[in-house]
Design a protein around this ligand. Sequence first.
Ligand code: ADP
Length: 393
Amino acid sequence: MWTLVLNSGSSSLKFALLNPATGELRLSGLAERLGAGEASIRLERDGQRETRALNGGSYGEALGEVLKELDALNMRHEVRAVGHRVVHGGESFSAPVQVTPDVLEGVRACVPLAPLHNPANILGIEAAQQAFPGLPHVAVFDTAFHQTMPEVAYRYAVPEEWYKQHGVRRYGFHGTSHQYVAGQAAELLGRPLQELNLVTAHLGNGSSVCAVAGGRSVDTSMGLTPLEGLVMGTRSGDLDPGIPDYLARQAGLSLTEITAALNKKSGLLGLSNLTNDMRELETAAADGHAGARLALDVFVYRLAKYIAGMTAALGRLDAVVFTGGIGENSALVRAEVLNRLGVLGLKLDSDANGNLPRGKAGVISQAGGPAALVIPTNEELSIARETARLVEG
Ligand code: ADP
């Protein structure tokens, strides 16, 4: 059975046609600058790439191009379901669900929690329902995997009515990625997932860690929004909640300006005053750029602290898993983090870490302590599998 996976952003639509059983990818691509004039669509099939201009540039038009491609591949009637990535499911969704009018209402009710993402997800689903009227549509939530967190992990120490009336609690994100790499880690270790206590570190432009006990999320570093936790590309991660008020008074900034800076001008970019891109930071740090070195150091230090902290949620640590663009590709970050975590018994295998082929999973620790693993994430495949599981019952 073939599944179309869609990830709609505020001006973009990412798509992939996958076989969830085999992982085979027949078609993928990205439509960009939707609704902003010069929209375009990039397609990749059978190893060939092509970029086309999109007239009009709505989700519907982008999906029209996808349909044309499916026809060209003779695959339109092979598609059995459409899986949609949805960012915020609040407390309403703890698993993937088939989209119904009630489900769309539920996603709409979560818009205040993700005012940029959820409206785009809803528009994407509605356009896809028109483009593929006969197919089941499934919503797979970024937050759902973390709904198993216990109350001690998800409550903030704030007035109770903030939680009861406004849903102020920790939700967590990157759920499909944490869940996927936890499953892959069990396969790599040759042990049942139910027996394993893992810390998974998804390190990309956005970054989060998750404590996974027996396949269930028991804590994670992101909160009500993706701003909490680790240092990220342009997001600050944790900071003193007194800072916005202080800055409003001292620098005359509005809350909107402060929030925008914490999301878009902070993190690696803010610390280095150079770039949010880890690869460029590594090069600049090697060339002696002090800001780049500082950004790397704070990133690694915060990450090591968080991994160690997550072990308090687990009791016992079997493995740390690195994934995402940085986790999969930066041997430097992995080495520096693991070298800070000797206290947990983690011992880096420098050769294995330095020589791991790009895009491959592998063990980068020495025997005799918790394992350290690199596992490439595959959120599209994970969404396709969840979709297929639900549709096939
Ligand atoms: P997103 O969260 O947008 O999906 P990715 O998971 O692709 O992002 O991660 C992007 C990050 O991965 C960037 O900071 C990029 O510099 C980093 N990255 C990719 N390749 C390498 C590499 N070879 N060495 C170090 N960092 C890398």
